[in-house]
Design a binder for this molecule. Structure first.
Ligand code: NAD
Length: 321
C-alpha cells in the first residue's frame, strides 16, 4: 500500500509521529509540495492513499490518479480537494472536524486581551528601558480597556463561536449572536440572537466564526463597517476572505474601527502588499490558532482513526458521500 503525505510539515514539524499511519503501508512524507500539477502528480500518481493539508487535488490531478482510493485531509476545511470528481472516481475523502475548537476559542481570547492591554508592546517598552526611565511607578502607551459590561458580537455560532461565547461570558460581556441557525436553547439574558444589522450597530467587539461561504465572503466590508459603532474592535480567527481588507485598513486608519486582530488573511502566507500590514492598530498572527501541540496531536490521532475505519470498511468523517 503506497501512502503519500503531500505537505506534512505544518501538522508535524518534528514534534509528533507518523507511526500511526506507517502501520498501514509504505509512507512517504513530503514537508511541502509545490501547488503545480506536474509536481503533485509525480508524487502521488501511483499512491492508493494521499494526505493533504493545503496542497490542491484538482479534477486534472485526480483524473490521472487511477490507483487512488482514499484522500485524508489534514484539516477541517476540505475545499482544496475537488470532492465531486473524487466521488465520481470512487475516492473517499475524509476530514478532521472539531480538533481545534478549544484552541481557536482560547486564541480568540488571546487576541481580545491583547487588544485591551497591548501586553506585547508594554513588555517591549519595558525591555527597551522606558520603565526604568519613567518618572512614575506606572505608565501605559495605549488606552487600557475593561471588558465588563461591554457588548461582544459573534458572527457564526457553531462549535468555535459557542466556545468563544462561554469564555467571554466569564469577563462579564453581553453577547449578541448572528448565525445561520438560531439556537433558542442557548439564548439567555446575556446571550441574544439578533439580526446582522443589530449586531453591527450595537457591538463594541465583533468576532468572526462563520465559514467562508458565498454568503459570507467579504461580510466585513465598507457598507457593514459604516453601520458599526465608531471605535469598534474586530477579531478574525476564521478565514481571511470574510474581510475586505482594503475596507478594513481604511476604517482602521480613519479610526472608525479602533483596532483589529486577525489570525487569517485573504492570501496566506501574507503578501507584502497586504493593506492590513500598514494599517493602524492591527495585530496580525500567522494562522496559528489551530496549532497548539495538543490540537495537532488530536488531529493526527483522528487522521489515523479515519484511515483505520476506511480500511475496516466503514469510513468515518467522509465529506463526499
Ligand atoms: P462550525 O461549522 O461548527 O460553525 C460555523 C457556524 O457558522 C455555524 O453555526 C453556521 O450556522 C454559521 N454560519 C454558516 N453560514 C453563515 C452565514 N452566512 N452567516 C452567519 N453564520 C453562518 O465551524 P467551527 O468549527 O465553529 O469553525 C468556524 C470556522 O473557524 C471554520 O469555518 C474555519 O474557517 C475557522 N477555523 C480557523 C482556525 C484557525 O487556525 N484560525 C482553525 C479551525 C477553524
Amino acid at each position: 500500500m503506497k501512502i503519500v503525505v503531500l505537505d506534512g510539515y505544518a501538522l508535524n514539524p518534528g514534534d509528533l509521529s507518523w507511526k500511526g499511519i506507517e502501520e498501514f503501508g509504505d509512507i512517504t512524507v513530503y514537508d511541502r509540495t509545490k501547488f503545480e500539477t506536474q509536481e503533485i502528480l509525480s508524487r502521488i500518481q501511483n499512491a492508493e492513499v494521499v494526505f493533504t493539508n493545503k496542497t490542491p487535488l484538482s479534477t486534472e490531478v485526480l483524473e490521472q490518479c487511477e490507483a487512488l482510493k482514499y484522500i485524508g485531509v489534514l484539516a477541517t476545511g476540505y475545499n482544496v480537494v475537488d470532492v465531486d470528481t473524487a466521488k465520481k472516481q470512487g475516492i473517499i475523502v475524509a476530514n478532521v472536524p472539531a480538533y481545534s475548537t478549544h484552541a481557536v476559542a482560547q486564541f480568540t481570547m488571546a487576541l481580545l486581551l491583547e487588544m485591551c492591554h497591548q501586553v506585547g508592546d508594554h513588555n517591549q517598552s519595558v525591555h527597551e528601558g522606558h520603565w526604568a526611565k519613567s518618572l512614575d511607578f506606572s505608565y501605559w502607551n495605549s488606552p487600557l480597556i475593561e471588558l465588563q459590561g461591554k457588548t461582544f458580537g459573534v458572527i457564526g455560532f457553531g462549535r468555535i463561536g459557542q466556545a468563544v461565547a462561554k469564555l467571554v461570558q466569564a469577563f462579564g460581556l453581553h453577547i449578541l449572536v448572528y448565525s445561520r441557525t438560531r439556537k433558542p436553547e442557548i439564548e439567555s439574558e446575556t446571550c441574544e440572537f439578533v439580526e446582522l444589522n443589530t449586531l453591527l450597530e450595537c457591538s463594541d467587539f465583533i468576532s468572526l466564526h462563520c465559514p467562508l461561504f458565498e454568503s459570507t465572503i467579504g461580510i466585513i466590508n465598507k457598507s457593514n463597517i459604516s453601520k458599526m459603532k465608531t471605535g469598534v474592535k474586530i477579531i478574525n480567527t476564521s478565514r481571511g476572505g470574510l474581510i475586505v481588507e482594503t475596507d478594513l485598513a481604511e476604517a482602521l486608519n480613519s479610526g472608525k474601527v479602533s483596532a483589529a486582530a486577525v489570525d487569517v488573511v485573504s492570501e496566506e502566507p501574507i503578501k507584502p502588499n497586504n493593506p492590513l500590514l500598514q494599517a493602524k492598530n492591527c495585530i496580525i498572527t500567522p494562522h496559528i490558532a489551530w496549532a497548539p501541540i495538543e490540537a495537532r496531536a488530536r488531529l493526527m490521532d483522528i487522521t489515523v482513526k479515519n484511515l483505520e475505519a476506511f480500511f475496516k470498511g466503514h469510513p468515518v468523517n467522509v465529506v463526499n458521500s
